[in-house]
Design a protein. Sequence first.
Length: 438
Amino acid sequence: MTTKLLGALFLLLAFAGIAFGAGALIFYQGGYEPPPSVQAELPEMSPPIVPGNTVWEPPADPHGSGLLLIDALHRNAFASNQTVALTSKVADLGYDVEFLGGFGSVNEDDRLPLLEEKLRVADSFAVILPRVDYTAAEIALVENFVRKGGKLLLISDPGLTPANNTLAARFGVNFQPDYLYNQLENDINFQNIFVRDFQPGEITVGVNAVALYSAGSIRSSGPSLAFTDENTRSSLQRHDGELSPMAFGDTRNVLALGDFTFMVPPQNAALDNDRLLSNIARYLTTSDRAFELADFPHFFLSGPENTVDVLPARSELLTSGTQVKNGLANLGITANISGVEDVSRNTVFLGLHEDAPLVSRYLQGAGVSVDEVLTARFVPDLELKDTSITILVREQERHVLIILSETAKVMEAAVERLLDGEFRNDLVSEFAGVNNNP
C-alpha cells in the first residue's frame, strides 16, 4: 500500500472519530437510573353506607323437631337458593325445611290435596311472592292451620301484591301495591331504604337498623312492627303518617313482611338484617301447633319420642294391632306391640266396646261413654252393632289414639279406614270419628 493511500485512510478514521465524539457530547443525557421507590399515601376511605355487620347467631338451643313448609305451588317468584340465609337458621334450630311444589304452574285441582296433606304435618308455613291467587278452599286450609297454632309467614314486594292479598286479606293483612323510597338517605339507590324505628318484641329484639331493597308498605288490623322515617315516601299514595313494611296479622301467628330482598345474599349481611332473620327463624320454630284426629299420623311425630306403643286389649285383636304397627312403619313411624301402657309414650289402644272401662279416663275426658249404646256429646246415641269409634286424646306432649269396635272383624275394617285415610269421612268432631256401616 502506498504512503499516500495510508495517509488518506488515517485521515478518514480520524474524521469519523471526531464526528462520533461531537455527537456524543451533543446528544448524551446520561445512563438510565430508576427513580427511588416512593410509598404512595392513599387517602382514607370512608366506610360504605351499609356496612356488613358481624353475623348474629342465636344461642345453640334447638327447639326440637318440626317442619317449615314453603309454598312453591303458586308460581312463586323466587328461587329456593335465595332463601338459604333464612332456611339455614331454621335448620340450625332443629326444624326441617320443605318446598311444596316445583315453582311452576300447578292445576288447581292438584294443588288442594297437596296443600292439605302437607299442612297436616307442618308447624310453620311460608308464602313468598305467589303469582297465582289462592282459592277459597286453599284459604280455608291455611285458616284451619293457623287456628290450630301453626305459624304463617307472608312475604310480598311491589308488583306482586294481588295474588298474595287473596290469602293475606283473610288475616287482616293488605300488601299495598307501592314501593317505598327515600331521596335524602339511601343505599346508593333511592329505593334502597333504611328502617330504624321498631316496636319492641320477639321479631325486633336487638334490631336497630335494617336495609330494605324493594319494599312496599303494609296495612294490617294487627300491630305494625317497624316504621319508616319522615323522608320515606310511597310511590302511590300521599301519606302524612309513618309507613310500615312489617306487621303482625289479626293474630300473632301471622307475620307479614313487605320486602323479600333483605334476606337474599349478600343483602342479608347489611346492618342488622341478619339479626332480623335470626329472630324470624326463632319465631317460625316456636310454633305451638296442635294436632287433630284428621292429622293422623303426624301427631305421633310431635312428642318427646317418635316410637308408638300399640296396645291390643285382647288376643283376638292382635292381627289389627300388627296391621297398625306395619301401617305406621310404612308412614315412617316406629311402633311396637305392647301389653302394658307407658304413660310417657304415644299410644294406640285397640279394644272391643266391652273393653271401654280400660280407657275410661280418656273417654270421660272426651265426653264419651260406652254401655248399651254409644253416648257422646257430638252425636245422638248410637247402637253398638257394627259400630266403631275412633278418639284422639291429647295429654301434654303425648297423644293417645283409641279405637273401639263391636267385633274383631269390625276392628279390622276400622283400622283399614284409619290407614287409608277414609276415616276422615267419619269425623263428627275435631277429635272423634264414628262409623256404623257393616
